[in-house]
Design a protein around this ligand. Structure first.
Ligand code: GDP
Ligand code: IMO
Ligand code: MG
Length: 426
């Protein structure tokens, strides 16, 4: 049975937690594939509100095995704290599996994330300061420590000493910070390793076996397409590959293992952190989206920048990940705006661009070419069938699908699991 990929089609926070939770009822295994606790995925199921950072959003279903795959970077303190909180809320966390190949976020990664951002000053990226970039940098430099190293104290210590020797020079000589203590880190991490040991598994092999046995596997993306290290708005991106290919690599699956790719997108756009954002709206509409949509970061609490739906950006996401269907969220937030805009193309100098520009300088300079659409005043949050929506809302959704090149299969009109509807095909 082929697996399904679910990923963010914009700049993150599209509602992947909600969408994954919903689709998890029909999944046996849900996998986080990349990123780390820079992710904040929210689930609301009745009176239960979860804000997950590392544990996959399938955790609410007792029949689901949540898997943290090879491509994830793990801060073990955060993972253990999250599992403890979930256990305290009555959820069975013994079933969480963690890949031994996943890299560890170390205390010096956290410190380096903070000091390098400060050092960049006005050019800072606005990272989540969770050590993500420095951990992936060490992985690529082949001086990272992995989850499996926690099970071999001697090897762990050797690797730590090699890495820390260089990090302490950088911290003290370049950034004028205190060096970190190898004994302390080793003691902390090895103790956490003992707690994590029962969860460590060959997750890629487990996924292959599960697929062969006809079980349903859902890969849950973190961040979003425009934050992808290769294809996003570099350097204002995260340090992992957030597109479908990156999720496959992070889970240890090949492309033939999948037959559906669900792109999650808001009915408008948000971005947190620095970088270009062609359809950003600083006026009344942006304020409306921010306030009505409660657009504040799940991880850092920062205000998210808001703007109009951008079809150029979504077409790009559809292309990069072979998105087969869209899960459109937060349509309810647009209620009350008299006129709505959709960005259908970009203008750059005298040219109209229908594709996302390949050159970053162009992305910074483009002006959106907007279509105007009629808004609606009705509250959508109680709607459960597409036919119940006002005609203007249905037309808006249909136009998004048409311009994006993928059908809208699900529509979300509120944060709760119930506030979702399937959209009938054409
Ligand atoms: P993720 O990172 O993609 O999982 O998204 P976040 O959880 O960071 O942010 C999405 C926010 O929007 C969360 O607070 C969700 O509860 C909320 N949300 C999701 N879908 C909807 C929706 O259709 N309408 C409204 N009003 N809120 C939603
Ligand atoms: P979810 O999974 C939104 C952004 C940060 C910053 C940039 C780099 O909840 O959608 P990093 O800490 O990754 O080095 O920061 O990426 N960013 C996110 N924005 N949602 C996320 O995750 C994000 N994870 C990272 O704000 O601009
Ligand atoms: Mg989020």
């Amino acid at each position: 049975m082929p697996a399904t990929i679910l990923l963010g089609a914009q700049w993150g926070d599209e509602g992947k937690g909600k969408a994954t939770d919903l689709l998890s009822s029909a999944s046996d295994i849900v996998v986080r594939c990349q990123g780390g606790n820079n992710a904040g995925h929210t689930i609301l199921a009745g009176d239960r509100l979860l804000k997950l950072r590392l544990v996959p959003s399938g955790i609410l279903y007792p029949h689901v095995t949540p898997v943290i795959g090879d491509g994830v970077v793990i801060d073990p303190a955060v993972l253990l704290e999250e599992m403890d909180a979930l256990a305290a809320a009555g959820l069975e966390v013994g079933r969480v599996l963690v890949s031994g190949n996943a890299h560890l976020i170390m205390p010096y990664h956290l410190e380096l994330d903070r000091v390098t951002e400060r050092y960049l000053g006005k050019a800072s990226l606005g990272t989540t300061k969770r050590g993500i970039g420095p951990a992936y940098a060490d992985k690529a430099a082949r001086i990272g420590l992995r989850v499996q190293d926690l099970t071999d104290p001697k090897i762990f210590r050797q690797k730590l000493d090699v890495a820390l020797k260089e990090k302490n020079l950088v911290l003290s000589k370049v950034y004028n910070r205190l060096p970190q203590d190898s004994d302390e880190i080793a003691a902390d991490y090895l103790a956490m390793g003992e707690r994590l040991a029962p969860h460590i598994a060959d997750t890629s092999a487990r996924l292959h076996a599960a697929l062969r046995a006809g079980r349903r596997v859902l890969l849950e993306g973190a961040q979003g397409t425009l934050l992808d290290l290769d294809h996003g708005t570099y350097p204002f991106v995260t340090s992992s590959s957030t597109v479908a290919g990156g999720l496959l690599a992070g889970a240890g699956l090949g492309p033939m293992a999948v037959d559906r790719v669900i792109g999650v997108s808001k009915a408008y756009v948000t971005r947190v952190g620095s970088g270009p954002f062609p359809t950003e709206d600083d006026g009344e509409a942006g304020r409306h989206m921010s306030e009505t949509g409660h657009e504040f970061g799940t991880v850092t609490g920062r205000a998210r920048r808001c703007g109009w739906f951008d079809a150029v950006l979504l077409r790009y996401a559809v292309r990069l990940s072979s998105i087969t269907e869209l899960f459109l969220t937060k349509l309810d937030v647009l209620s009350g705006l008299e006129r709505l805009r959709i960005c259908a193309a970009y203008r750059h100098a005298d040219e109209v661009l229908h594709e996302f520009p390949a050159h970053q300088s162009v992305v910074h300079k483009v002006a959106p070419v907007y279509e105007e659409h009629e808004g609606w005043g009705e509250d959508l949050s109680a709607a459960r069938r597409f036919e119940d929506l006002p005609a203007a809302a249905r037309a808006y959704v249909a136009r998004i699908a048409e311009l994006s090149g993928a059908p809208v299969r699900w529509l979300s009109v509120g944060p709760d699991r119930d506030q979702t509807m399937e959209v009938p095909g054409p």
